[in-house]
Write a protein that binds this ligand. Sequence first.
Ligand code: ADP
Ligand code: MG
Length: 683
Amino acid sequence: MSNLDLPVRYIKGVGPGREKILNSIGIFNVLDLINYFPRDYENRSVITKIRNMTAGNKVTAAVKYTGRYKILKPHKGLSIAKVYINDDTGYATLTFYNQDYIVKNFVSGQYYLVYGDVDISFGEIQIQNPEVELIKGKLSQYLHIYPIYSLTKNITQKILRSIVKEALTYLDDVKEILPPDLLDRFNLIDIRTAYENIHYPVDMEYLEKAKRRFAFQELFEVMLYLNILKLRRNSLNKGILFGLCDEYEFINSLPFKLTNAQLRVWREIKEDMESDRQMNRLVQGDVGSGKTVIAAIAVYKAVKNNYQAAFMAPTEILAEQHFSTLNALFKGHDINVGLLTGSITPKEKDKMLKDIVEGKIDVVVGTHALIQDNVVFKNLGLVVTDEQHRFGVRQRSMLEQKGSNIDVLVMTATPIPRSLALIIYGDLDISIIDELPPGRKPVKTYLVEKNMRGSVYDFVKSLLKKGEQCYVVAPLIEESDKMDAISVEEVYTELKKEFMDYSVGLLHGKISKEEKDYIMHQFKSNNINLLVSTTVIEVGVDVPNATAIIIENAERFGLAQLHQLRGRIGRGDKESYCFLVMGNNITDVKERLKILTETNDGFKISEHDLKLRGPGDFLGYKQHGLPGFKIANFYFDSKILDNISMAVKYFVDRYGIYSPTTEELIKSIEERWDFSGEEITFN
Ligand code: ADP
Ligand code: MG
């Protein structure tokens, strides 16, 4: 056992009480403490002389107590203690509010290190509510960058700092897991120096180096892991070899002509399918770029080669939609499509399972019900998963295990910059549909202040009058969180009155499946004119007659998500309109959302989002079924992403995919990361 596994109570200063507190924030052993990274830092490495102090700045100063203080009580409930201090450049006061007892701690003639905000009033320099420490011995030992940790009740910054400092004495037990030549080549500091400096940086430069080392390591490990998976799989050379067939006849029978981008992506898929390598391909395409039909062609090819296909969607609404799309596309082509979701009756389900195992069904569309044990295929050859970001890596591989070496096609409508895609989808080859079908009109997007809702409603009425439809999206909100947002229920109640002459529907994750299906169906057939909904409708839903969307509290959504929501409209050839209603902080929100009014290009928007907020959102566990990043979410420079790809390539070239160094690193990654992915929830 390594010292790193020692329970925290072995650390000096941690008794049973503090152990409980630490446990409550997920800290159980020494390693956890070392891994409890500061959320911020205070630079107290430079002394400011009193003469140089200016109002509004935070300063560190070394001062002498003059022995004089004053306590003022300007009114009931307020007392101000002023402690007079000086240095060799002038005089100042330390000002404390309602903390009179503090003055007793000062000893006349002693030197103190103080840290606080400067204020100047009537020519008097004041340091407000400073942190104070008696200087014992050398001043230099106090001058450094201080970590600021996230705290929990009953533990102070000072205590946590000293506990972490104790834990750092066990640093020698931490093993370096990246090979030295890699560290060298990519300018990374070693792991122990990195840990020391992430907690107690010797200077700002080393703090940056420490952050870079950890961010690099996180991204590198994930990309390396997924890449090794891919390379090992490919080295087996044991995929299904789908033969040539008449898929171009099928393509010519489609009601529209494929775009050049669709054709190019289809050729990439076809090449995979016709090779003896297993296909593992991601198709990225903006909303409305026509991914479904590409998947349908792949399904066609698999079925004409006497294999079955499975088509997995993240929600029932989407599964049903794909079911009916495939049925329409395959009409007259002798392909049997089945549907398997959580809400079909047990009897229907038994029948469906039987048909699947007997091979009577050629392609089965479903939700994650597809990955359950009782679903057995006769001859599964192709798996398509739509809207990949809702599924975890594990869920995908569970479906793959229902056949042997089957081809896999993953589709996502979340455009992400290529450098990031390479990391997140490191186990997949990537195809991009970067063109929309002709005739699409870009959605006209407007930022709207709350008090302008009335005119938006009037405008929407004019659309409904023409027989068109509208979505209204609002966050689903718990009572406790109501402060500054409006809930779907409230919006619904309001709009039923406002749109009295029309039929208004309500959709959110808490209503029953049957009702949800019914409402969606009613909307699709235009029996509901205006649909109030949560983000349930976010992905994939296709109702071309809907030409407007109003999004309430738009500031609560990410740019990519807003773009997805907006993708629900503009799916036909009619002019469409998106209204983003801003609830709060209008100026900031306007600045952030402006890009949506300027472009309809999802890749541009995500590139912008990445610059604005760093990769946190893209790399988030929830969205990609990937483990949570600790540092990479906050520390980011665009160069690092390119470096990661280079480092992975370097590592693979140098160490191969099965060497002891590789095995060891992969094992260590598997121990520390959880690739199991999130559960699918229907919100
Ligand atoms: P997404 O990529 O968002 O999943 P879909 O596959 O749902 O997009 O396609 C959106 C709409 O565009 C569908 O109604 C589909 O029939 C239509 N479509 C797809 N490809 C073309 C094309 N090449 N020309 C015209 N319409 C197309
Ligand atoms: Mg789709």
